[in-house]
Design a protein around this ligand. Structure first.
Ligand code: AP5
Ligand code: ZN
Length: 215
């Protein structure tokens, strides 16, 4: 089963992708995580991505598409994958369709986490991310057992540089202009399932599971 998980910054894509990995054994492909790893390792994609990511802008389509293409080519996905944060523009969505044809896979579900943008700022400002494994926490809604330490791997938790007030504003604005049109795109194709993202993490996951089980 291959899934696209969509939603604005802070909607809970990473949180729900982790649940889907546990439940169905799918592979989590987050373009944000891949870019952050590339940045840490100073690879060519990391160097390019840094300038766009720190201010909350999208990395240009051609680099992003090339990176995803390579990632899909180089990795095995025996039980399928979850695309988190890709596609984010109509151009990326069209390219994904040609990559799917070329590589011989299908997208079985497009899940959109639906939530008002004004609910996202507290989620983003309270988020803490593991430096080692990328697990995501929230100081209030999903705190780690020990403050500042990852439950999964014991790594140190930090606040992402694109969580400054200015960068968050740009990310939300970018979402409205460049990514929201994808909702209509997938609605017209009859592929989208809208899930209420403004409920507890457990209820969001229950709804996602229910939508996948009718497929
Ligand atoms: P990316 O890493 O994809 O960031 P994002 O889309 O902005 O999403 P986030 O990771 O911030 O949020 P999320 O929806 O995963 O929420 P989470 O589960 O963590 O992208 C970063 C950057 O990379 C982009 O700005 C761009 O520069 C670049 N990039 C990436 N992909 C690209 C592409 N395709 N094209 C071009 N550029 C690209 O949850 C957030 C917080 O809320 C957490 O603290 C969590 O614990 C909490 N929370 C989650 N669910 C709930 C709930 N139900 N109730 C209460 N709290 C909750
Ligand atoms: Zn960790």
């Amino acid at each position: 089963m291959n899934i696209i998980l969509m939603g604005p910054p802070g909607a809970g894509k990473g949180t729900q992708a982790a649940n889907l990995v546990k439940e169905y054994g799918l592979t989590h492909i987050s373009t944000g995580d891949i870019f952050r790893k590339a940045l840490k390792e100073q690879t060519k994609y990391g160097v390019i991505a840094k300038y766009f990511m720190q201010f909350g802008h999208l990395v240009p389509d051609d680099y992003t598409i090339q990176m995803v293409r390579e990632y899909l080519q180089e990795n095995e996905f025996s039980k399928g994958f979850i695309l988190d944060g890709f596609p984010r523009t109509i151009i990326q969505a069209r390219e994904l369709e040609s990559i799917a044809k070329e590589f011989g896979f299908e997208i079985d579900a497009v899940i959109n986490l639906d939530i008002e943008l004004d609910r996202l700022v507290p989620r983003l400002s309270g988020r803490r991310t593991c430096k080692e494994c990328g697990a995501s926490y929230h100081i209030e809604y999903n705190p780690p057992k020990v403050e500042g330490i990852c439950d999964v791997c014991g790594g140190e938790l930090y606040q992402r540089p694109d969580e400054s007030e200015d960068a968050v504003k740009v990310r939300l604005d970018t979402y409205e202009k460049q990514t929201r049109p994808l909702i209509d795109y997938y609605t017209m194709k009859g592929q989208i399932t809208n899930i209420n993202g403004d409920q507890s993490m457990e209820y969001v996951f229950k709804d996602i599971k229910a939508s996948l089980e009718v497929k």
